[in-house]
Design a protein around this ligand. Structure first.
Ligand code: ZN
Length: 181
């Protein structure tokens, strides 16, 4: 049943781990927490069950994030991050799944296809051996929304309006996956 879908959202980093830090001082952990809250509230509004691996600025180990999703037996796991590069011009969005996970690839692709509609450079859907993707037992994707190390994208990621657009895109990707579109 579509309506019984349960989703775990995983805001990257947190607590003592700030994640990437932008040229203007923006911390990845704060941006991805805010976006994850927006995605969760949208999903709940639509009648789905959504969990978050952290609700606040807490440090959570990678294996504990996966264990949480596995213990809740959620149907989907979506980890939300912002990217960083030593090259200040590195920009765009990319989405990851665990190698050979057919449904992981499908989920990553659906989310990615919605994110690139936001005029973000398309860096593609890729495989990675990330712990949260490897250790979760359900279809899982990891989204790198944009580059916090990029002057313009850092500003975008700080804007409430853009965060809402990113949250809409991630939610629409999840819905596309659930509905098999
Ligand atoms: Zn990250």
């Amino acid at each position: 049943m579509i309506d019984n879908f349960r989703i775990a959202l995983d805001p990257g980093h947190g607590g003592k781990d700030p994640g990437a830090i932008g040229p203007g001082g923006t911390k990845e952990k704060d941006v991805v927490l805010a976006i994850s809250h927006l995605v969760a509230s949208r999903l709940i509004e639509k009648g789905y069950t959504a969990y978050m691996t952290r609700m606040n600025d807490d440090f959570v180990k990678l294996e504990d994030r996966a264990a949480f999703a596995n213990a809740k037996s959620v149907d989907l796991f979506v980890s939300i991050h912002a990217n960083a590069s030593k090259n200040p011009f590195g920009n765009g969005t990319e989405t990851y799944y665990y190698p050979n996970s057919v449904n992981g690839k499908k989920l990553a692709t659906k989310i990615h296809n919605n994110l690139i509609k936001l005029d973000l450079k398309d860096r593609g859907v890729k495989t990675a051996n990330f712990a949260v993707l490897r250790l979760t037992k359900m279809p899982a994707a990891l989204v790198e929304t944009g580059f916090i190390s990029h002057y313009t994208e850092e500003k975008q990621l700080n804007s409430e309006k853009f965060r809402h657009k990113v949250a809409d895109a991630i939610m629409n990707g999840i819905l596309d996956y659930i509905r098999g579109e």
